[in-house]
Design a protein around this ligand. Structure first.
Ligand SMILES: NC(=O)c1ccc[n+]([C@@H]2O[C@H](COP(=O)([O-])OP(=O)(O)OC[C@H]3O[C@@H](n4cnc5c(N)ncnc54)[C@H](OP(=O)(O)O)[C@@H]3O)[C@@H](O)[C@H]2O)c1
Length: 249
């Protein structure tokens, strides 16, 4: 049996186990299983590997995206630059780390990108924001972060500093905060939505609900909008590709 899985804690609301169970059934991978491993501490990781020698791949979620680094023999540039690993390939006892947030975000962002989107605002400064930063740098899109915390001298604004001029120039706006996520659906990042127009592209990493308040306010001004559900699915498919391809970084 080929074994794959997910480590994190807690894992009760995770997307991946149901996604892979359905995928294996639909595509006839009857020799594959996908298991959730809700480990309470990273100290349990080595024994998990030892007790599951048939493991070929793992997804990694909160809070272990950094904690798995000492176990990796190799990792991609995206893992190094973002400081986060959310996918591991295991081959001949060696662990290689990947960041599929980066791949999922880039592939899902590109179809709606136009020449108007030369400048971007990244709302939030957490783990997902680092993946977004990596992709924007790769695509040559200039960006500023927007944070609740003032960071003088950095390329980071506070929400109060997002003026009409800023919004007119930074036409791609990406929400990497959890604001608007179920069940607190009536919240959204505090940007001046009244200055948005049809050249703006609002991308929300949140995917539940389908249309967050952030996206609704953008759509009301004619902006292009996109939620995080494609990113989520692309990431999962990308893990499968990584676990099955021969190449390493
Ligand atoms: N679609 C996908 O595939 C996908 C993938 C990864 C993540 N996500 C989603 O992206 C979101 C962020 O994930 P993450 O791992 O980056 O989380 P995180 O590390 O906790 O970072 C979120 C950032 O949002 C800001 N923030 C947090 N609470 C806030 C609040 N109440 N008001 C305003 N800003 C707030 C903070 O930045 P400041 O302190 O600088 O304000 C924080 O660093 C989550 O909703 C997650 O589900 C989706």
């Amino acid at each position: 049996m080929r074994k794959f899985g997910l480590i994190g804690y807690p894992l009760s609301h995770s997307f991946s186990p149901a996604f892979f169970a359905e995928k294996f059934k639909r595509e006839g991978h009857s020799d594959c299983v996908y298991e959730a491993f809700p480990i309470k501490s990273i100290d349990e990781f080595q024994s998990l590997l030892t007790n599951n020698p048939e493991l070929e791949g793992l997804n990694v979620t909160i809070p272990y995206k950094k904690d798995v680094f000492p176990f990796l023999q190799n990792f991609t540039e995206a893992v190094e630059k973002t400081g986060a690993c959310n996918c591991i390939k295991i081959k001949e006892g060696k662990l290689t780390g990947y960041n599929t947030d980066v791949i999922g975000f880039e592939k899902s962002l590109l179809p709606n990108l136009t020449t108007a989107h030369t400048h971007a605002l990244i709302l939030g400064t957490g783990g997902a924001a680092a993946a977004v930063e990596f992709v924007l740098k790769k695509l040559g899109i200039q960006f500023l972060f927007v944070s609740r915390i003032s960071k003088p001298g950095s390329s980071c604004l506070t929400y109060d500093e997002v003026t009409r001029e800023i919004v007119n120039k930074y036409k791609l706006i990406i929400n990497t905060t959890p604001l608007g996520m179920y069940p607190v659906v009536n919240s959204c990042p505090g940007i001046p939505y009244e200055h948005l127009g049809k050249e703006h592209y609002l991308y929300d990493l949140v995917y539940n609900p389908e249309q967050t308040l952030f996206l609704k306010k953008g759509a009301e001004k004619g902006a292009i909008t996109k939620n995080g559900s494609d990113m989520l699915i692309i990431q999962a498919e990308e893990s499968w590709k990584i676990w099955n391809e021969d190449t390493t970084p």
